[in-house]
Design a protein around this ligand. Structure first.
Ligand code: NDP
Length: 270
């Protein structure tokens, strides 16, 4: 019998997860279906209850439900516990297991696919929203020397307090960035969605730096700025999207798909 999975978000029509999981299923000969499901903004819990009673085995969670998915989970992976955000749910005999695969997806894309080692690198993460919360525990475990900058300084302070037991994070204001250079800058803001650019100063990239935008599917103002500023490696977030999906697929199916051909295929389609 075909096992049913889904991705839940609002909006959802833009999601590439159905194509990604279809390719994983074909590659690994797994008999699954995977649907995009639009949840009402104030109806996330009832959407999940409906999926469970309809016999779904699990789902991916995207904007804006990752914190609500954390609340609804009865068991949590270590990274979901640390970030308090969940992007993968697995439904098992009346229990809901929540995991967060965004951090491992990001770090695997950077280290394995792009070949950039994060250990002891000066990393600047821009943003203090759901995406930042999801990836910080894994960035700290990878041994980065981590700084955060956010438009609303109070949110960055709250974030640093939240993670203070996991490691040391420097909190900065955009105005303070002038005198520093970073070996890796990750854009975890939603500025690229509106074609905006966080106010980074000239000279912010060290030689051989990586510029990584979590946004995917198009060239962004941040990626163009990074190239102009001489960043050595410039990447969008498609690899992260595919890697976090592969980790979710493994949680559900105990089979690990190969990601490189899927990244290439999805890039061709966009
Ligand atoms: P949130 O809405 O939770 O957070 C948005 C963040 O962006 C806030 O910190 C906000 O700052 C900041 N921001 C928004 N506009 C600007 C701007 N013009 N200049 C500077 N900062 C700005 O979004 P998420 O954290 O959930 O998502 C962020 C991005 O990451 C999205 O583009 C999303 O698509 C992407 N993403 C990609 C994934 C992948 O697999 N590739 C996975 C998860 C997310 P403030 O606090 O001041 O409002």
């Amino acid at each position: 019998m075909t096992d049913k999975y889904a991705v839940i978000g609002n909006p959802i029509s833009h999601s590439k997860s159905p194509q990604i999981h279809k390719l994983f299923a074909e590659q690994t000969s797994q008999d699954i279906s995977y649907d995009p499901i639009l949840s009402p903004l104030h109806g996330f819990t009832s959407t999940i209850k409906r999926l469970v009673s309809d016999g779904y085995k699990g789902c991916s969670i995207t904007l804006p439900f990752k914190f609500e998915a954390f609340q609804i989970s009865q068991h949590l992976s270590e990274s979901a516990q640390a970030s308090q955000a969940v992007n993968t749910l697995k439904f098992d005999e009346n229990t809901i297991y929540g995991a967060n695969t965004d951090g491992s997806g990001l770090v695997r894309d950077i280290q394995h696919n792009l070949g950039f080692t994060l250990k002891e690198r000066r990393v600047l993460l821009m943003g203090a929203g759901g995406a930042a919360y999801g990836v910080i525990p894994t960035l700290l475990s990878a041994g980065t020397n981590l700084s955060i900058v956010n438009r609303t300084f109070n949110s960055a302070q709250r974030l640093a307090e939240h993670f203070e037991t996991l490691g040391n994070i420097s909190i900065l204001k955009y105005e303070e960035l002038g005198s520093q250079a970073f070996e890796c800058i990750i854009n975890a803001t939603s500025s690229s969605i509106t074609n905006e650019m966080p106010p980074l100063p000239n000279g912010i990239f060290s030689p051989d730096a990586l510029a990584y935008d979590m946004m995917y599917g198009r060239d962004t103002p941040f990626m163009r700025f990074a190239r102009e500023q001489g960043a050595d490696l410039v990447s969008d977030g498609l690899g992260m999207l595919v890697e976090q999906a592969a980790e979710a697929f493994f949680i559900w199916r105990k089979v690990r798909p190969e990601t490189t051909p899927v990244i290439l295929e999805i890039r061709k389609q966009t």
